[in-house]
Design a protein around this ligand. Structure first.
Ligand SMILES: NC(=O)C1=CN([C@@H]2O[C@H](COP(=O)(O)OP(=O)(O)OC[C@H]3O[C@@H](n4cnc5c(N)ncnc54)[C@H](OP(=O)(O)O)[C@@H]3O)[C@@H](O)[C@H]2O)[C@@H](O)CC1
Ligand SMILES: Nc1ncnc2c1ncn2[C@@H]1O[C@H](COP(=O)(O)OP(=O)(O)O)[C@@H](O)[C@H]1O
Ligand SMILES: [K+]
Length: 460
């Protein structure tokens, strides 16, 4: 997973320190960072006039390196600073900049604005006058670039601590930070690029990467590919959406255990009426069930609670979604399951946990010994062993009823295929996002299912 690690500010500082301990001079690392950033900004700005805003720390130091290197290439660059440089490397970078330095308060706008005010050292929101100046200069620029992070975002949580303009490009130095992936900070940047500056990173928390999938082999048959059972409930449509997603998602066989007979297709999905506790328990007494999905359209009444109890008692690998998450207690979740809560379901199940969305998902996963997919415009897939993958950039057209049922079905389908809850959840979230991208604008959940097959085909 090289190149996809997501590090908090503290972890980044530790990773940088390891580089210094190995004999690299701190200023040499800043030169690497500034050189990488200058190259990307050079490509994006085509020689237009540029204003670099430099802060008092090492982020500002990177800004002075960028300004020097681009001026040497003939770019008309000006620098505006927020006070004197305060770090050793920053002071050195400042001393090598031979141009003038304007005060931030008086700086004139330019076509290209480079924000090197604050990075991982931001401790609080920008003062009103600084944030106001940043936003006003951004308003007048045609290209806005952030060095490492947009100034004003909290590195670890992705919260906005003060007003933040919209950026065209953010150059993450050395490793991704949570703010590049978590909302709302991630939403302030149109394109984020990672610049490798030779820092080794622990990638237990990482960006969700496209999966490598395998087509069925010569020895495949429907049970070997995986049997998924979907426990239907009061709202039959949700179970149907999930069943279809499980089937196209890779399961060899999908059984929908409905409350009442309906003949809505597709015919490849075996629907049977399992309305009574005995019928449901009987249908679930099958060791070949490789993934059992409970929750979409289940309902929240006594009958739903009873159906969920029977499903849990079947002791098959579980995917729990929607109403199941509202009926269950976190301590009653069978370890080894996959849970797919949206924010409301997450809060109902786990309460008000502290920290970033990544911290909260990891704490929830540890608590119930299961994989937790904390959904939303940023989705965090967390495992109880401390691994987490973060997805961003999914189409906001996904904010339509039933897309969560599709995701739950996809997770069940991939779980039946792989037998690995974390891998299955990662593959499903990626395929769901890719299907949405392929679906384009204004789709509904039924249409999303039609784009899962091409999403899979693209990863074989
Ligand atoms: N380590 C390295 O060698 C490398 C690091 N790299 C770069 O360094 C960046 C991190 O640098 P950094 O740690 O110096 O923090 P940075 O974000 O520049 O700001 C800290 C300064 O701002 C101040 N301050 C904070 N909040 C404030 C506020 N709201 N309003 C006003 N002031 C505020 C704070 O002082 P305070 O007032 O909190 O005492 C402090 O003086 C990182 O993102 C990357 O770009 C790369 O070059 C690779 C090599
Ligand atoms: N604004 C958004 N941008 C990207 N993805 C989103 C957005 N809103 C919701 N989603 C995704 O759509 C799905 C919605 O799931 P959920 O809220 O459970 O809906 P439902 O219960 O109606 O099926 C989740 O996979 C979520 O990550
Ligand atoms: K910055």
């Amino acid at each position: 997973m090289a190149g996809s690690a997501i590090l908090t500010a503290d972890a980044m500082r530790a990773a940088e320190q390891a580089v210094f301990d190995a004999g690299v001079e701190p200023y040499a690392l800043m030169e690497r960072a500034g050189t990488a950033a200058a190259e990307l900004i050079w490509r994006a700005s085509c020689g237009r006039d540029m204003l670099v805003l430099c802060g008092p720390g090492n982020n500002g130091g990177d800004g002075y390196v960028v300004a020097r290197l681009l001026a040497a290439r003939g770019v008309p660059v000006r620098v505006a600073a927020m006070g004197e440089s305060r770090t050793e490397s920053g002071i050195q970078a400042r001393s090598l900049w031979t141009g003038s330095v304007e005060a931030l308060a008086d700086a004139r706008p330019a076509s290209v604005l480079v924000d090197a005010l604050f990075g991982t050292g931001l401790a609080r929101g920008l003062d009103d006058d600084v944030a106001g100046r940043l936003c006003a200069l951004a308003e007048r620029a045609t290209h806005i670039h952030a060095i490492d992070l947009p100034s004003g975002v909290a590195t670890d949580s992705g919260a906005l601590l003060s007003p933040v303009p919209d950026y065209d490009l953010c150059i993450a130095l050395g490793a991704w930070k949570p703010a590049h992936w978590l909302q709302p900070a991630a939403g302030t940047v149109r394109q984020a690029v990672l610049a490798d500056i030779g820092i080794a990173c622990d990638d237990r928390v990482h960006a969700l990467m496209p999966p490598r999938l395998k087509a069925p082999g010569a020895d495949a048959h429907k049970y070997r590919r995986g049997l998924v059972a979907v426990v239907g409930g009061a709202m039959a449509g949700a179970g149907r959406l999930a069943s279809r997603a499980a089937a196209v998602g890779g399961a060899g066989y999908v059984r929908r255990l409905a409350m009442e007979a309906d003949h809505a297709g597709p015919d490849a999905i075996v629907a049977s009426v399992a309305a009574t506790p005995d019928r449901l328990a009987g249908a679930l007494d099958d060791r070949r069930i490789a993934a059992l999905l409970v929750g979409p359209g289940l309902g929240r009444d006594d009958a739903a609670r009873a159906r969920m109890g029977i499903a849990l008692a079947a002791r098959r690998p579980l995917v729990l979604d929607a109403d199941a998450l509202m009926l269950l207690d976190a301590d009653a979740v069978p370890p080894g399951s996959v849970l797919t809560p949206h924010d409301g379901e997450f809060a109902a199940l786990f309460g008000d946990l502290p920290g970033s969305k990544i911290d909260r998902a990891l704490a929830a996963a540890r608590r119930c010994g299961s994989v937790v997919v904390a959904k939303g415009a940023d989705s965090v897939i967390a495992a109880p062993d401390g691994r987490a993958a973060v997805a961003r950039g999914a189409s906001h057209w996904l904010s339509t009823a039933g897309t969560g049922d599709v995701l739950a079905g996809l997770v069940a389908g991939r779980l039946a295929v792989t037998g690995d809850p974390f891998r299955a959840a990662c593959e499903a979230v990626w395929l769901h996002g890719e299907a949405a991208r392929l679906a384009g604008a204004a789709f509904i959940a039924d249409g999303l299912i039609g784009c899962i097959a091409p999403a899979i085909a693209g990863r074989l």
